[in-house]
Design a protein around this ligand. Sequence first.
Ligand SMILES: Cc1ncc(COP(=O)(O)O)c(C=O)c1O
Length: 404
Amino acid sequence: MWQEHYAQRTQRMTNSAVRELLKFTEQPDCISFAGGLPAPEAFPIESVAQATQKVLCDKGIAALQYGPTEGYYPLREWIASYVSESGSTITPENVLITTGSQQGLDLTGKIFLNPGDTVLVESPTYLAALQAWMAYEADFIDIPTDCDGMQTQYLSTLLEANPKFIYCQPNFQNPQGVTLSLSRREELIELSIRKSIPLVEDDPYGALRFEGEHLPRLLTLSHRAQSSYGQYAGNSISLGTFSKLLMPGFRLGWIVAPMEVINRLVQAKQSVDLHTPMLNQIVVHELVSNGILEWQIPRITQLYRERRDTMLMSLAEHFSPDIRWTEPHGGLFIWVTLPIGMDASLLLQNAVREHVAFVPGAPFHIMGGENTLRLNFSNASIPMIRDGIARLGQAISHLSQPVS
Ligand SMILES: Cc1ncc(COP(=O)(O)O)c(C=O)c1O
C-alpha cells in the first residue's frame, strides 16, 4: 500500500553500497577493507571521558540545553582560525556547525538544487555525495581524473552545461586517494570564478598527510582571488569534519561559506535537526582548544602511513602486474584498477568466500567503473592487511581462471 504514497524523489534514493556491505563485514572472521572507518585504537577515549566530565561539571546547562542552529560560538571561532591560511582570514560568522559533513552535503543540495539541475563531479567520486544530491533529483556530469586529481583541461567545455556547482575533494580523495595539484587548484578557481560557478570543497582527509607539502585549500585560493580583501565572500563552500581526526561517532562537521550562504544553510538546517548536539560541540571544543590535535594528528598519520606501506607492499607481492593501484600520500584509501573485463562485484563474491571484503568501484561512478575497487587501509591491523591482501590475491586468481 505504501508504494503509491511515496514522493517522486524517493525513486532516486538508494541504499549506500558501503553501508550495506558493512553489515556483512560485522562477521567476526571477515577482514574488511570496505568501510572508511578510522582505526579504533586511535580513538582518544580517555581524553573524551575527562573532557565530558569537565564540561558537564562546568557547562552542564549549556551542554544539555537547546542551542543556536549556527553552532556553539567558541567552536565556530576555533574552526574559523583552524581553516584560516595565509591570505585568508575566516571569521566565525562564516562557519556553520553541521551534524557530520554528510549533513553539509545534504544541506548544500537542499539550498542549491532544483530537479534536473546539473552537478559536476570528479570521476569517480564520493558515493554518499551522489546519494545525497540524487534525492534532490540532480543530474551529474563527471570530470575525468588522473593521479593529480580532476583533469581541469576538460573544465571549460564541461562548464558549458551550466552546472549549479562543482564538487571537488582536493586531498586524498575518497575513493582514489589522489590529490589535486596546485596548478590544477589554481586553474579550477580561476575558471569557476570567471564563469561564476560555486565550488563545493569537501576535505575530510587534508590533515592526514603522510608526506609532501600541504597545499592551500580551495577556500583560501578563492578568498585570495576576491577583488576586495575582507570578510570571506569567495565562490568556494568548504566542508570539514572531526570524524577522521577524532572520532566519527560524535557526528561533528562544519561548513565555511560566505555569510549570505550560511544564512540560507541555517534556514535549511533548522527544519532538519534544529542544531547539532551541544554536548558534542562543547566537548570537542574543550578537546581542540587544549591542543588534542597536536598529538592526535601525528599519532594517526604515523599509524596510517605504516598501514598504507604494508598494503602497498602486499599488493605488489600478491597482485599480478596487469593490475594497477594508486599510491596515496595521505588519507584512508587505495584505488585498484583490474584488467578491463574483470568485474569487481563478481570478485567480491569470491572475496567473501575468502572472508575478505572491499567496495566495488561502480557505485562511485556515474557510469562504468566495473573493473575498479576501493581498499581502506586505516581500519585493519598490519597482520590483517597482509593476510587480507593475500586472500584477495587468491580471490582474483580464482576469478581469472576459466571455470572448467
Ligand atoms: C569525502 C567525504 N565526505 C564526507 C564524508 C562524511 O563524513 P562525516 O559525515 O562523518 O563528517 C565522508 C566520510 O567518509 C567522506 O569520505
